[in-house]
Ligand binder design. Sequence first.
Ligand code: C2E
Ligand code: CA
Ligand code: CA
Length: 578
Amino acid sequence: MGNKLTWTNNELEDLVRQLGIALEASGIGIWQHNIAKNQTRWDDQLQRIYGVAKGEHDVIWLESVHPDDCPGASTIFKAAIANKSDYASEFRIIRPDGEIRHIRSRAQYFVDGQGEACFIGAEWDVTEDALRNQQLAKQREAAEQSRAEARYAADHDSLTSLLNRRAFDDAFARLLQASEPVASLCHIDIDRFKEINDRFGHGGGDTVLRHVGSVLASGIAGGEIAARLGGDEFAVLSLSPEPDRMREIVARIRQDLHKPVFIDGEPFTVECSIGYAHASGADVAALLTSSDIALYEAKKNGRNRDQLFTPALAEKRNAEKQMLQELRSGLHIGEIVPFYQVKVRASDYAICGLEALARWESPKGLRMPGDFLELAAANGLMDAVDDAVFRRVIFDINRWSMAGIKVPTVSVNLSAARLGDPSLPGKVSALGIAPGQISFEFIETIFLDTLSEQVKRNIERIRQLGIDIEIDDLGSGHASLLGLLELRPNRVKIDRHLVLPILKSETQRRLIGSLIDIARTLEIEVVAEGVETLDHARLLAGLGADTLQGYAFGRPQPAQVTQAVLETAAARKMENAG
Ligand code: C2E
Ligand code: CA
Ligand code: CA
């Protein structure tokens, strides 16, 4: 039928019928609006869509339109009339039964046979589409929301809500890319966090972490970053060019930390060690190391303090690292050896024991325990030192015995933590020590409160191996007599700081006298340490000490010298006997 100019009636009727079917099938309603007469005709389909029956001259369209959509719909309609233009609109209607439907409307402007301006329009129900679009929009929004949440979770620590290590590293990497970087960094570490966890459980530990997190968050200004780097380790980064800004932040953090946090209703004051550093230009790259060195220094100086980084600290740290390396290799090649100091009977000064004291025969000279034990302890090498000394002691005892020398009991010092080590008795028993040959000296600090079951079991098994237990440095400040009672050591050693002043101080004499009385009552032998003169020796013997040890009877000596001392003593004894 393409480009036909004239139509037969039959053809037109066919066409109208076809259109009618098509419109009905598609659900499209048709309207025609005469602008001049303001009259609208709706076909049946459109009346069905709106759910209203419309008289020929009624103008009821806007009455059905949803009040919220009315202004918009009518503005578009009026604009199309004014411009004599085509028209496209979408709006909601409310049907008489209250149902809301979404309607799409298209219309064309034309002039009819009478020369009057008209619109002819088609409308159809797009409610399904509209609802689907609404739902899609909601889903998109939810997806965007969860993407945002995922982004947040990837960058933040869930416990403290601070930035996490990844985000912190990113921020630091961005800083390094700046053309003129300048920044301050501080490292914060909670003191004795493991003990906090042990004491309050993980819930309590989390409370402490959250507390520190909120202290840090409130200590910084916009543009500054607080992050939890992991465990109980935190960091604050400031891009302020002012070196004093970090000092301010640190002061504020420390002040806020004074306020207690409540764990199970119990107030607890969190202590932290803080190291911080400021740098600009190329030095910024070293900030992480610098503030970490400062933190290490703060911890080493007794924790619960802050420390600003200085180049001198870095030098010190390097020297320490160097020494640590030397200590490791020294342990490996047998440079850690025992020196021996004699213990004598208070009654006749006869040698009744030896104490093995660690010495480091390093290529740089002889080093004393005070020079390297702290370093060893801080780096987990304490057991290795103890073991090295112990093995050499066993070796020396065997060598001396084979040479026919009668070796008195040798005591070795063990770090306190060792007594809780379940593998200790097994290791010791593997060494095949004859009963009475060895005794162990433990510093009194471990007996703070009641003993753990593990410690008690270890002590029992050590005793069964014929090894005596001695409490070292009694009176140096931490002894708990209760702990002592429970442990029942074979011997206590009175600290040399109590012994030294006895010649001059009556009070000190009485104090030592009482300690000796208590030990006596418990049937524990008493060794007095740091006996520097024979006057001390006489006085201590008078107060009831069983054994004396100190420079008055000999300094700690290498194995070779000690062997000669033992031989001379044996010879003298023979002479006296003969
Ligand atoms: P300690 O167990 O109390 O050892 C006694 C310390 O006092 C020794 O110092 C000794 O040389 C010193 N001394 C002995 N007589 C006198 C005296 O008359 N006057 C004075 N002023 N001092 C005297 P040293 O050898 O420097 O050892 C220091 C500490 O290092 C020891 O104190 C001990 O706690 C620890 N230590 C030594 N060797 C070892 C070891 O192999 N393992 C462990 N865990 N600790 C050790
Ligand atoms: Ca000792
Ligand atoms: Ca001691």
